[in-house]
Design a protein around this ligand. Structure first.
Ligand code: ATP
Ligand code: MG
Length: 331
């Protein structure tokens, strides 16, 4: 078990791109609230999506070097994603194109209470075919940071890529972050719990939402939950608190609060992923943690003001404008 926090800060952008691994999807959403899809309803989309894709798009838009290892189908749902990521500055060289399987999809409808109904095709789509291709090896051989998404851990083929990615990034002196957005039901599957525990042991930065903090640490009290993550070696834990904003905790006992921006929430999907992409890009570009936290908070808030999972991802100039023009909650 590691005894102390390893990195005071994340590896600099100059070491090589932030790389993530996982699902690329299109999202198609109902324009009306209600339950399920049991009758014909109006839909809007396709929108580029998939948590790792949203994350890497925001990272790139903010000016961080960024790349993704993923797989799409040879269809327009794949092309809309690849073209968006390319346009926004992400390295798309390690996105494989399957000649046989379609791009993954998620159909979403919001219920009256704000919860969501989904029809997914991920497990039997190109999204599940992620593998350690020659292009993925090349990208990892020049990467500077690995960001692991909890959602991706439910795809069995991902583990082999992650094992290689962890070794490759560490060998270069790179850093590792973890967004533990993994449903706790999935922890019980196969070796997921052991694998997840290993990620907690090696991550320099962990970005849970409030509830995930408790699932990841097995602890209900926030202070105890944080202490257990720091004991495992994390250098920083950033807790996402939805409309309330976010808090940053350092292994050295430091704490920074970033109160939420007051916005009208149109579509909450992707907030956490934009938050993470912005935070990691800013830290790796050398900004102090307090500045990075504000940009991340702004990136999450701006994204919920737009329909579509990554439509609100902002450039640095867009986020500066957003910060200047948007009121905040009182601390
Ligand atoms: P996701 O549903 O994408 O997984 P998450 O649960 O990981 O999200 P949230 O805490 O919901 O994370 O959102 C991430 C960040 O986005 C928040 O910490 C905050 O900075 C910003 N954010 C999210 N929702 C709102 C909102 N309604 N108003 C203002 N900011 C928001
Ligand atoms: Mg999340």
């Amino acid at each position: 078990m590691p005894s102390k926090s390893r990195l005071k800060t994340l590896a600099p952008d100059g070491l090589g791109p932030t790389v993530t691994v996982g699902e690329i999807l299109v999202e198609i959403m109902a324009t009306s609230r209600g339950s399920g899809f049991l009758e014909p309803i109006e839909l809007t989309g396709p929108y580029p999506s998939g948590a790792p894709a949203i994350f890497i798009d925001q990272c790139a838009r903010l000016g961080g070097r960024a790349g993704i290892i993923a797989c799409v189908g040879d269809d327009d749902f794949g092309r809309i994603n690849v073209e968006r990521l390319r346009r926004d500055g992400a390295d798309v060289s390690a996105i494989a194109v399957s000649p046989d399987y379609p791009t993954g999809t998620a159909f979403v409808r919001y219920r009256g209470d704000g919860s969501r109904d989904f029809v997914y095709n991920i497990g039997k789509s190109a999204a599940a075919l992620v593998e350690l291709t020659p292009e993925a090896r090349v990208l990892l051989a020049r990467s500077g940071h690995l960001h692991v998404m909890g959602t991706a851990l439910s795809i069995p083929a991902i583990w082999q890529v992650l094992d290689h990615a962890i070794d490759a990034v560490k060998a270069r002196g790179g850093s590792i972050s973890l967004d533990p957005n993994l449903r706790k039901e999935l922890l019980g599957h196969g070796q997921t719990r052991e694998r997840f525990a290993r990620l907690l042991d090696i991550a320099d930065l962990i970005l849970p939402s409030g509830e995930e903090l408790h699932t990841a640490s097995g602890n209900d009290n926030e202070a105890d939950a944080l202490a257990s993550l720091f004991a495992r070696g994390a250098g920083e834990v950033v807790v996402k608190r939805g409309a309330l904003g976010a808090s940053l905790f350092g292994a050295d006992g430091s704490r920074v609060e970033s109160p939420g921006f007051l916005v009208e929430e149109i579509d909450p999907t992707g907030a956490g992923d934009c938050f993470g992409g912005a935070y990691i890009a800013c830290r790796r570009l050398g900004m102090p943690a307090v500045t990075a936290l504000d940009y991340a908070n702004a990136a999450g808030a701006r994204n919920v003001t737009r329909q579509g999972p990554m439509e609100g991802a902002g450039t640095r100039a867009e986020l500066d404008l957003f910060i200047a023009n948007t009121p905040r909650r009182r601390p």
